[in-house]
Write a protein that binds this ligand. Sequence first.
Ligand code: ADP
Ligand code: MG
Length: 237
Amino acid sequence: MRVQVLNLVKEYDGVRVLDIEKLSFKEGRFHVLMGPNGSGKSTLLGIIAGLVEANTGRILYSDRQRDFQAVRRDITLVMQRSYLFNTSVYNNIISGLKYRGMNKSILRERALKWAEALDLNLFLHRNARTLSGGERQRVALARALVLKPGLLLLDESTANLDPESIIIIEKVLRDFLKESGATIIFVTHNVFQAKRLADRAYLLMDGRVIEAGESKEFFSNPDSELTRGFLGGEIVY
Ligand SMILES: Nc1ncnc2c1ncn2[C@@H]1O[C@H](COP(=O)(O)OP(=O)(O)O)[C@@H](O)[C@H]1O
Ligand SMILES: [Mg+2]
């Protein structure tokens, strides 16, 4: 799903935390948003996910320039810490689909597919709340992917996880993108991870887009001094 951000301003108590004239995210592409702590990444994702209201500006979705209400069921957000229900891993994975009244065998097929991909097969009957942090995030991602979102938003979803879970999640996201042609917007402040994943990369600072570009160009030859500083680790986050 295509996403266009236009003349977006967000303020908290009169302080401007986002000020973006224009940004667009395209189908089939892995967009990675970086920036120091407090630069507005989560706020931007929250606005795109329909959870946070902007002061001014618009977000248009799909080629038909729909508004949020028309596409809301096609958008899924995975946060840094996911809320899991106090029930089995399997029930958690299907919890989003169940409410959409889907046929039981299709539901099961989809759930097992992503459980397998995310290496959750051995846990399906365990209570989700007994899992480790990395396992929990894999459940949260499986729950998101069974919904087949056209727009998948991830906010620091692999921060502080065990390396093995990070490797699995990154592979699954790439595979999902390839097979679905969805749009992925992935927030991280890990430059190495951004390099591994991005088709297109963005640097946000103080609520503004400092740099946006194709991955190769962005990481090897950025325009902005600030980007060079950020990539070089000179800016502390
Ligand atoms: N609900 C809120 N109320 C007041 N200020 C907020 C709220 N949410 C975020 N902020 C402020 O907005 C700025 C951007 O925050 P955020 O989008 O969370 O940044 P990031 O995700 O890049 O760390 C920060 O200065 C933060 O303190
Ligand atoms: Mg954040």
